[in-house]
Design a protein around this ligand. Sequence first.
Ligand code: ADP
Ligand code: MG
Length: 390
Amino acid sequence: MIDAFRRLYGSADGIRVFRAPGRVNLIGEHTDYNLGFVLPVALHLATYVATAPARDGKLRIYSEDRRESAEWPAGEIAALTPRRHWTDYPIGVAQELIRAGSPVAPANLLVRSTVPEGSGLSSSAALEVSSALAMLAGRRMAPLDLARLCQRAERNFVGMPCGIMDQYISVFGEERAAICIDCRSLKHQVVRLPDGVAFVAVNTMVKHQLAGSAYKERTEQCAAAVDVVRARHPRVESLRDVTPAMFDEAESSMPPIIARRARHVVTEDARVVEFVAACREGAVERMGELFEASHRSLQHDYEVSCDELDFLVDAALGIEGVYGARMTGGGFGGCTVNMMQPDVVPHFEREIVQLYHERFGIQPGIYPCRPSWGAEEEKNLERIPAVAQL
Ligand code: ADP
Ligand code: MG
């Protein structure tokens, strides 16, 4: 990466590299913006941002994936407006840093990533967090402040009203463990994953158009469900506060579609809690059942799945040694996450690729999930992948 940097900018004097991982969410889908529980794992797939001071007063950024660079006078960053371009992510971060009293110095930046873009493995948060660390260039920021700052960048500048999960796990990830985040208190527990189970993400390679508009619609539907419950329970502020018993009592007062959306969120929160307990007991069969139950709830109640995801889940569940499968991420495409015995992974990969290709004529992406540590400076430059590799 140092050589690439030198070729691009002529010098690598004072270079530092910062790494932030992508993630796969094991369970707890569409619960984060309802202030409930999520259980993501930080991946070995990560975004690296190399940075060195620039002497000409400019902030420059080049993405190897896009083979595209952009530059601005550093003094003008605070006044930039979004342009619906990948640079909105780092510029959004820069503006939030400035707003938080942390000026952004002139610098040359180089972005390299092994997180597939737009697949639900959160390349956006990996880019935000690695850019933020690069622009901080070693200045300290409390981890939770860093995650929240990057979330604000995506909400305020990119214009995506996302929850906190992606940025949080990119900052707080741990090796060999998942992180159970309480999206209300913004505290988390480290959940060690049992031995004898492997997780593999499979990418449908599709992204249906619905994704953006459906997200807004779901948030409105969840708010409508909260209004119904609140009529009897005034202290309820979000679906997080709605117990299964409260939901049962209110269900008949809700329009059917609102009831289905709320049922997903209420039962999904309960599944996360049960999954964490099953994880701690090493109850892998139960973990697998909860995976499948989560998928069915997303498919039928929250209605954010699609044919490609449903096919991958059904196909995976038919493979010997697979404990469970579900869509992960926002839906309408992106990835599934599959839980299986470690020794069946090679067979699973061959089978799922063949079945999916036969049905859709598409080669799916396969990403074995290695739970990895959260964002930090990468001091061991040998560890940076030479080219984008999965
Ligand atoms: P996801 O976070 O699931 O990968 P998003 O749609 O939230 O999907 O974010 C993907 C967007 O993030 C891309 O369209 C691009 O604008 C930006 N992005 C992510 N990684 C890179 C990268 N390495 N180089 C340039 N832009 C990137
Ligand atoms: Mg994203």
